[in-house]
Design a binder for this molecule. Structure first.
Ligand SMILES: *Cc1c(COP(=O)(O)O)cnc(C)c1O
Length: 346
């Protein structure tokens, strides 16, 4: 498919851009998010080619973060389905739950947060924000194992959806931590935004360092980059699973996106991106001594806050790659937010 369509700058659009423009997208994002240089980090961790930050922690709703880009398409899908209740699940400090609640407030649509575990006696971090948003929160109690927790949650959500359907509502469940075909397309779109910013700054090659949890962000970046001329090198820092598991998740989400856009990815993920599992420590939610230090370093040097679960591990990995000479040219840390959860981490 060769598109003759032009975008607002009079440039021929990539087929990806054409496909994205055909999807329903709710307008949530304050875009473009800033692309800034981290001068003090560059001085302290010497690197002459430039260390940049993409401020996806400042996406304009709630405490900001990656979920806003993803929710633009996910809630667009919900709109297509004429949904009137959004249901989302996660741990009490879930950034996704908090940002979905904030986005739904802006859209004037009901949001229900389904949380694992017991209701805490004190509301901190994201839970406090959800409380201020007057979001309906359900705490479904503890489970003996991760598998049991998964089953319990799935059954609870199914019952909840059933109940609302019986009342004539159209509930929409935000699946899999927003790591879905629709969600990842928010990050395929982000590639176009970042490409434009780089051109304006006369940067002609850049390595993006991004966190990898379930793989939604990285899948979007990898897919978007592959379909738009591979302007970027992409390094995914796993914060949770080993490389093979994360790769598998990324491939799965790319397939989902292909079904939506009908544009084949046409590559092997590992030929067009790197997945690194050296900095994840014990996995999701377990910080390492280095990642804990990075939270302080980043705040002290730049006045920018990163949290312990995702971004601190990416910063550690990126700076270690720089130190070891494993990267050259401008690098970019994609700050995916999570600010709300920071207040429950100390
Ligand atoms: C949800 C979230 C991520 C998730 O990344 P995936 O690999 O798409 O699961 C990363 N960073 C922050 C701050 C998040 O809230």
């Amino acid at each position: 498919m060769k598109s003759q369509l032009r975008n607002e700058d009079g440039v021929n659009m990539y087929p990806l851009e054409v496909a994205l423009n055909q999807l329903t997208r709710v307008n949530l994002l304050a875009s473009p998010t800033a692309l800034n240089r981290l001068r003090r980090v560059e001085e302290e961790f010497p690197y002459e080619d430039g260390i940049y930050i993409k401020r996806d922690d400042m996406t304009g709703i709630g405490c900001g973060g990656d979920k806003i880009r993803r929710l633009e398409y996910i809630l667009g899908d919900a709109e297509d389905q004429a949904s009137d209740i959004i249901i989302v699940s996660g741990p009490p400090q879930s950034n996704l739950c908090a940002l979905t609640a904030a986005a739904c407030a802006k859209l004037g649509i009901k949001c229900i947060n389904v949380h694992d575990g017991e209701e805490p006696t004190e509301y901190k971090g994201n839970l406090l924000l959800n409380h201020l948003l007057c979001t309906e929160a359900h705490f479904i109690g503890n489970a003996a194992s991760e598998k049991e927790a998964y089953q319990k949650r799935a059954a609870y959500i199914e019952d909840l959806c059933e109940k609302y359907r019986a009342e004539g509502h159209r509930p929409y469940f935000v699946r899999n931590g927003a790591t879905t075909g629709y969600g990842m397309l928010g990050y395929a779109r982000a590639i176009l935004e970042l490409q434009k910013q780089c051109k304006e700054k006369q940067i002609d090659k850049m390595t993006i360092f991004t966190p990898g949890g379930n793989g939604g962000i990285s899948a979007g970046l990898i897919y978007g980059n592959a379909l738009t001329g591979q302007f970027f090198d992409i390094v995914v820092m796993s914060v949770e699973d080993d490389k093979d598991y994360l790769l598998h998740n990324i491939e799965k989400v790319i397939k989902e996106a292909e079904e939506i856009t009908h544009i084949p990815f046409g590559h092997n993920v590992l030929d067009v991106a790197q997945i690194v599992d050296d900095y994840r420590g014990e996995g999701w939610g377990f910080s390492t001594p280095e990642s804990r230090q990075a939270v302080f370093d980043f705040a002290r040097l730049e006045g920018i806050f990163i949290e312990n679960v995702y971004n601190s591990k990416v910063v550690v990995g990126m700076l270690d790659w720089i130190k070891k000479g494993k990267v050259s040219g401008p690098v970019c840390f994609l700050h995916t937010g999570g600010f709300g959860s920071l207040f429950a981490q100390y």
